[in-house]
Design a protein around this ligand. Structure first.
Ligand code: PMV
Length: 321
């Protein structure tokens, strides 16, 4: 049996739409920061006798999860069945990117099991591809630090690469839990609808390449002001595309909007960009800032957050047993 731990990631330049649902190929590259082990998933993998068994957070897994195991057999030429047990250990219920951490832990544990017991050694690129089949953004959680998912144009060419190792990034993600509700429309269904119906999304596709170039360069150079400015613009742009979807999708709540206001007020007062907000498909707020400003960022959540988690940049998955 193999046990592996993985953590979520927060996208600075987002993925919201696929060009190939079967192979889970995204419309555009995306860039994220891997988070630390305060938010973690642990997956146990072992071989099963006659059929796959898959339990996620104590419940039978869904079809996406079983599809990952089919993919592994087909792609890496094994006839083995798997027994997978995956659990999320977040200090809060719901609302954070648990599927990214979950599928990264699952992919990592399967890869280590195949390596140790079958001599099938998988590269990190191959592990990223396995995670991608479970949940697109999970392919970025197989690496630590700042990570880019290369969209590619086939199963073999769509995977994540590291841009900057964790120890070279002076940023933290101050996460404000603003709601415990599960989202009503899944990312998968929501993004499909956006691609189908939003005109604004066509505009996004014309500009996202430029933003990726700017953020990639700024992360490598440690130009965090630029990173934060572009992260805020990209989050606003993705949420605008969601609103432009027919029928409109809105994942933010009043407290999310209040957070945006407070971040803008702080930056205006200071006359520079101290903090940058970003939101995935949910109301919980991520305030990215330099480590030295973490306390200042925490104060922005006064009276609106049920809980605050200050996450450093994570090292990526590891085997724990
Ligand atoms: O990987 P999914 O299907 O959970 O989609 C994630 C999409 C966002 O979190 C909204 C953006 C991203 O790039 O992580």
């Amino acid at each position: 049996m193999v046990k592996a731990i993985a953590t979520p990631n927060i996208a600075l330049v987002k993925y919201w739409g696929k060009k190939d649902g079967q192979n889970m190929l995204p419309m555009n590259n995306s860039i994220s920061l891997t988070l630390d082990e305060q938010l973690k998933c642990i997956a146990d993998a072992e071989f099963a006798d006659e059929k796959d068994e898959f339990v996620v957070n104590g419940k039978p897994a869904n079809a996406d999860a079983y599809r990952v195991l089919e993919y592994v057999r087909k792609t890496f030429d094994t006839k083995k069945y798997f027994k997978i047990i995956s659990d999320t250990y977040f200090p809060v219920a719901g609302g954070l990117a648990s599927s990214a951490a979950g599928f990264a832990a699952i992919a990592f544990s399967i890869a280590k099991l195949l390596g140790e017991e079958e001599g099938i050694e998988l590269t990190i690129t191959e592990i990223s591809r396995i995670a991608r089949m479970g949940s697109g953004s999970a392919c970025r959680s197989v690496l630590g630090g700042a990570v880019e998912w290369l969209a590619g144009n086939s199963d073999e060419t769509s995977y994540a690469v590291q841009l900057v190792p964790f120890e070279e990034i002076g940023l933290v993600d101050v996460i404000g839990i603003l709601s415990h509700e599960e989202k009503k429309i899944s990312s998968r269904a929501g993004m499909q609808q956006t691609v189908k119906t939003s005109k604004l999304y066509l505009e996004r596709m014309k500009t996202v390449g430029k933003r990726l170039d700017i953020v990639r360069k700024a992360l490598k150079e440690g130009d965090y002001e630029t990173v934060l400015i572009e992260a805020m613009k990209d989050s606003d742009n993705m949420h605008a595309c969601m609103m432009d979807t027919k029928p409109p999708l809105s994942y933010l709540n009043e407290k999310s909007l209040e957070t945006i206001k407070r971040v803008n007020m702080l930056n205006e007062r200071e006359g520079r960009i101290v903090c940058g907000y970003t939101f995935d498909a949910g109301p919980n707020a991520h305030i990215i800032t330099e480590s030295k400003n973490a306390a200042e960022a925490e104060k922005l959540f006064a009276g609106i957050a049920d809980e605050i988690i200050v996450s450093e940049i994570g090292k990526g998955p590891r085997k724990i047993l």
